[in-house]
Design a protein around this ligand. Structure first.
Ligand code: CP
Length: 316
């Protein structure tokens, strides 16, 4: 966590900070509607499209009594007249107590946190990081497995451009995981992240096959969408986009505890027939985003876990 309480990258969080935030989120799961942020203003600046992240942040703020301002489409802002990101951030900081921002440029959230007088929460910066998604992924993993330590986590699909897998990899360094990377060669986990694993002592195995025998070893099967918006060559996207589709018969050897996660949106990675399978957990995972984002906003605004535990307010 930055000195000004910004959350730019998951790599900044210690194990203790992660567990503290997950514990706070757990309080919000028990009772989400409170008055803890009455009088505060939360700004959501989405320079890139979003459904879950923006709406769950806005719901999180609303359910805590805060007001929300912002935009979901940069075309309606003065950025179209040439206003810089710095000036936009400085203006919004005049109005809001905290800024949640998604931007297509890697490093945009870091830059915003350096110029803004209020906390910034990175809601995704290019192919780089998506720390609030990672926090809800960790929450969901702990919820379904009863622990975060010593798990076999299989990452499937677009491991090159998928910011959620990059953030998850970094967060799990505290918890002795074994990662399995399943991707077409064109979308393999970048060497920089493999070197990160080696430096941090994170075990990993690479596979190209994706079948029942491979899936049999998973505690978490984390599916991802091929990120069309990051390709400069759409022919290359067409070649790889449907390479790994999870079908029901591929779960025949899966462990009972195995859960299928996906940051969503899903395009063609998980057959709809799997939605009713007990291993499917991606919709509950998205729901957890609300509680985790309540914790992230509160923490950034100086509300502590004790405050949350001792709070008896009810938002009607
Ligand atoms: N998981 C996620 O970031 O979804 P959105 O793009 O809909 O926010």
């Amino acid at each position: 966590m930055d000195a000004n309480h910004s959350l730019v990258t998951i790599a900044d969080l210690t194990r203790q900070q992660i567990e503290y935030l997950l514990d706070m989120a757990s309080q919000f799961e028990q009772r989400p509607n409170r008055l803890l942020l009455q009088g505060r203003v939360v700004a959501t600046l989405f320079f890139e499209p979003s459904t879950r992240t923006r709406l769950s942040f806005e719901t999180a703020a609303s359910r805590l009594g805060a007001r929300v301002i912002g935009f979901a489409d940069p075309k309606v802002t003065s950025g179209t007249k040439g206003e810089t990101l710095k000036d936009t951030i400085m203006m919004v900081a005049n109005y809001a107590d905290i800024i949640v921002m998604r931007h297509h440029l890697e490093g945009a959230a870091r830059y915003a946190s350096e110029v803004a007088p209020v906390p910034i929460i990175n809601a995704g910066d290019g192919a780089n990081q998506h720390p609030s998604q990672t926090m809800l992924d960790l929450y969901t993993i702990r919820q379904t497995q009863g622990r975060l330590d010593n798990l076999d986590i299989f990452l499937v699909g677009d491991l090159k451009y998928g910011r959620t897998v990059h953030s998850l990899l970094q967060a799990m360094r505290h918890f002795s995981p074994t990662f399995h990377f399943i991707a077409p060669v064109e979308l393999a986990m970048p060497d920089s992240y493999k070197r990160y694993c080696q430096r941090e002592g994170i075990k990993y195995v690479e596979h190209e096959d994706f079948d029942a025998d491979v899936i049999a070893g998973a505690d978490i099967l984390y599916m991802t969408r091929v990120q069309r918006e990051r390709f400069s060559d759409l022919m290359e996207y067409q070649r790889v986009k449907d390479r790994y589709l999870l079908k029901a018969d591929m779960l025949c050897k899966a462990r009972d505890n195995m859960r299928i996660l996906h940051p969503l949106p899903r395009v063609n990675e998980i057959d709809f027939a799997i939605d009713d399978d007990p291993h499917a957990y991606y919709f509950q995972q998205a729901r957890n985003g609300l509680f985790v984002r309540q914790a992230l906003i509160c923490n950034a605004l100086g509300v502590t876990l004790d405050d949350v535990c001792n709070d008896a307010s009810i938002l009607n």
